[in-house]
Ligand binder design. Sequence first.
Ligand code: PBG
Length: 329
Amino acid sequence: MDSGKLSLRRTRLNPLFRKLTAEVDLNVDHFMQPLFCVEGLKTKEEIPGLTGVFRETSDSILRQIESDLENGVKSFLLFGVPAKKSAQNFSYASTANMISSIKQRFGTDLFLAVDVCLCSYTDHGHCGVLSTEGDHVDNGRSVAELAKAALEYAKAGADCVAPSDMMDGRIAAIRQALDTGGQEQKLLMSYSAKFHSKFYGPFRVAANSAPNKDNALKDRATYQIDPARPSDALLASERDAREGADLLMVKPGLPYLDVLAMLSAKIKLPWAVYEVSGEYAAIEELAKAGLVNGPAAHVESWISLRRAGASILISYGARHAQKWIKELR
Ligand code: PBG
C-alpha cells in the first residue's frame, strides 16, 4: 500500500462510520458486578472510594440485585463477610445462606459466582490457614478449607465458585470436591493471574480483610504473584487450566494489560479481568476533583480491557455500564 494515500482522518470523520469499524465491542452482557454481603449488618454502608457500591445487609442486597437486573446486569460476584473471625474451624453458613436466599429469589434470572477465600474469615486477615507455629500460610490446610467452602457454596446454589486465595493446587482440590459432592455442573473460575497489588485498598475496607501481622506475614507477597513476574502468571494459568478451571482471570486490570494480552493469546479458555477497587476508585477520585469525566474514563478503561482479550469484565461500575455505554459510545 502507498502509505502516502492513507488517510486516517477521512475514516474518523463520520461518527457512524467510526462505530461501524470498531474492532472491540462493549456491552453489559460481558459485565459482572461484585457484591458484598456483611453478616449481622443493620444498615448498608457506602464503601470509601467506590461510589455507589455498598456493604450490603441480607435485605438490602436483594433490593440492590433487583435494581441491577433492571439495569441489564445479569452476572454477579458475591463476597460474603462473616461477623466472626477465627484462626480455624470457620463457619461458611452466613455466606451459604445468602447464596440460597439470592437463588431462591432470582433463580436463573441471574448468574451467581461466589468468591472463595479465607481472608474475611481469618482473624489475621490472610487468605489461608497458618502453620501450627504461626509463621507462614500453610498450603495444604488452606486448600482443604477452601475446597470445603467451595462445595458448601456450590450446594447452596452458586453457579460458579471463584477461588482468589492463590494457594498451590486449590483448583484440582476444588474440582474434585465439586465432582464427588454432586456439583459437577458447577463452573470453576480461577483467579489464576492475581498479582500482589497495592490496588486492593478499598476492597480490604469493604471485606474487612487486610492482613494484620508482622514480618513474613505482614502482606500477601508469599502467595500472590510478584508484579515483576509475568511468567508466573503464565505458569499458574496453564496449571490451573490443567487442573480443571473453566475460566481464568487477570487481576488487577489496567496495570496488567500486557499480561492479559499475552495470556489470552496463549490460553484459549475464556478470560475474565478484574478492574479492582483501587483502579475503580482512582477514576472516581479524579472525577470528584473535576479532572476527568468519570463515566467516560470508565468506558475507555473497559474498552482497553476488552481490547487486551477479556471476555468478562468484573467491575464495580457494572451497574452503570448499560447507561454509560449508551450515552458515550
Ligand atoms: C481476597 C480478594 C481480594 C480481592 C478479591 N478477592 C483482595 C486481596 O487479595 O486482599 C480484591 C478485589 C478488589 O480490590 O477489588 N483474596
